[in-house]
Each structure stands twice: as C-alpha cells, then as structure tokens.
Design a protein around this ligand. Structure first.
Ligand SMILES: *[C@@H]1O[C@H](CO)[C@@H](O)[C@H](O)[C@H]1NC(C)=O
Ligand SMILES: *[C@@H]1O[C@H](CO)[C@@H](O)[C@H](O)[C@H]1NC(C)=O
Length: 198
C-alpha cells in the first residue's frame, strides 16, 4: 500500500514536471512574412506613439507582460478599435516579446484573451507582428498603407506543392525575408492577382 502511494506520488510529480516543462517550452516561432500578409492577417493596424510601459508579473518567471501605453494617431485596420490606449507584449523576447522606445511606430496586432476562458480581449503586439519605426517604413509598407483594404483582395502565400492557385502571389523562399520586399500583390482590372512594384 505504502509502495503504491509512493508510486502514485512519483507519478504525479513526474506529470507536474512534464507539464511545467511544456509550459516553459512554449517559445516564440514565426517565420519571416511579407508585410502584406502581416497587414491582412492582423486584427488592428495603426500608427501610434509609445508613451510609457509597465511590467505585469506572472506567477511563472519570465511569463509576465509589458503593458505599453500608447497614443494612436491613425488607424489603418480595425477602425472600431481606435480608442485603444494600451497593448500587451510578452515580457520575454523568447516568448515573442518586443522592446520599444518612446517613439512613433507602425504596429499590427491581434485581439486575444490574455486569460484562458476570459471573454474580454486585449490588444497584443509581438515579434510576429509589424513593429516598425515610423521613420523607417519601407516603400512596400507605405504602398500597403496607401491602398490598405485593397491590399487584402489578393493573397500573398507560399506554394509547396504544384499546381498552385493561379490567382495568388507566391513567395518562393520562405526563409528569405527580402523576397517580395519591393513588391505588393494587387489585382489588375480583370481581377487577377500579380506582383507589382511598390
Ligand atoms: C496624443 O496625440 C494627439 C495628437 O497628436 C495629441 O494632441 C495628444 O496630446 C496626445 N496625447 C498624449 C497623452 O500624448
Ligand atoms: C490581368 O492579368 C492576367 C494574368 O496575368 C492577364 O491574363 C490579363 O490579361 C490581365 N488583364 C489586364 C486587363 O491587364
């Protein structure tokens, strides 16, 4: 009986260790993406000044959040969220956290529940989003902002197995962040999507 109890306890401990480890290993992974993909997949895209930040600690070390207070000066997507005054990013860069200075940026972000089961969503911006100093936007990023909603009539994608959908623009090398950096995917007058120079 005693032996069995010990076994159960050991088993539980083992499970707890595995779960904790799983919890900690959930790291940041997002491949390079074309800015048009980032724009079209985002819930919100906006220009904002970073005003201040505050660390919100978690019971798990390194899994807290930074809360950035922001002043949004222009919305490009998700116009109903123009009143947002802050967003969150993971504390740890390994968990996709970003670090910012008090300046003006172009951001894309997602509305997510920060607590499992909570209905209330908050804006999250991380390494997988657009985080670009306003003064350092590329030609392509400026072009996307100028056509905004129209940019999402066409899809930038990856083609792994031929034949691929004729009506999309493809990035050939998923590991090359510069590919397509001078182009955006737009529909011509007959609705066919093709790369055009930004
Ligand atoms: C936010 O930006 C607006 C427009 O640029 C400005 O008038 C306002 O003072 C700013 N607010 C803060 C808190 O910086
Ligand atoms: C639009 O692009 C398609 C595919 O490249 C082409 O066949 C079609 O002629 C183009 N239409 C116009 C009006 O340029």
């Amino acid at each position: 009986m005693m032996k069995m109890k010990m076994c159960v306890t050991a088993g539980l401990l083992f499970l707890m260790c595995v779960c904790l480890k799983e919890h900690m290993l959930e790291a940041c992974s997002c491949g390079p993406a074309h800015p048009q993909e980032l724009f079209c997949h985002a819930d919100v895209v906006f220009k904002a000044r970073v005003l201040s930040m505050k660390l919100i600690k978690s019971m798990y070390p390194g899994e807290g959040y930074f809360k950035f207070n922001i002043n949004i000066t222009k919305m490009y997507k998700g116009f109903e969220h123009a009143g947002i005054k802050h967003f969150f990013t993971p504390e740890d860069e390994g968990m996709c956290g970003i670090s910012l200075t008090r300046s003006v940026y172009l951001f894309s972000g997602k509305l997510v529940s920060r607590h499992e089961g909570h209905a209330k969503k908050s804006l999250t911006v991380d390494l997988c989003d657009i985080v670009k100093h306003w003064s350092r936007l590329s030609k392509t990023e400026k072009k996307i902002l100028s056509v905004h909603r129209k940019a999402c009539n066409c899809q930038v994608s990856h083609c792994y197995i031929e034949p691929c959908d004729e009506n999309k623009c493809y990035l050939r090398d998923i590991y090359d962040p510069d590919e397509g950096s001078q182009s955006i995917c737009m529909a011509n007058s007959t609705g066919s999507c093709r790369w055009i120079n930004a």
